[in-house]
Design a protein around this ligand. Sequence first.
Ligand code: ZN
Length: 109
Amino acid sequence: MLDETKSGMPCAEFDVLLTEALDNALKGERRERFEQHRLTCAACGTLFAEASSGLALLNELEEVAPPQSLVHNILAATSEAAQKSAKVAPQDSVWGGWDGRRRRCLRRC
Ligand SMILES: [Zn+2]
């Protein structure tokens, strides 16, 4: 993007307002300045056209519901990973882990 000011608006400001414009939330004088810049700046005009067609393409996509087991599967996968890493550390320690210390203490006490 060029750092130019066309029709009283720098390209950086156009970039900031792009999302609002695509959502039709840009009104009044700000919309007029935005449109003037879009029509007079080739780089921003192309940016707007590409973003607009991309948004139209996304809006055409069918909404898909996630599988019912998605949350369960994520929790199961991440819990298993946490359990595996927790099991390795105590057994590999010099002292034989918590269970080894407990057994040694019970023998002495
Ligand atoms: Zn521009």
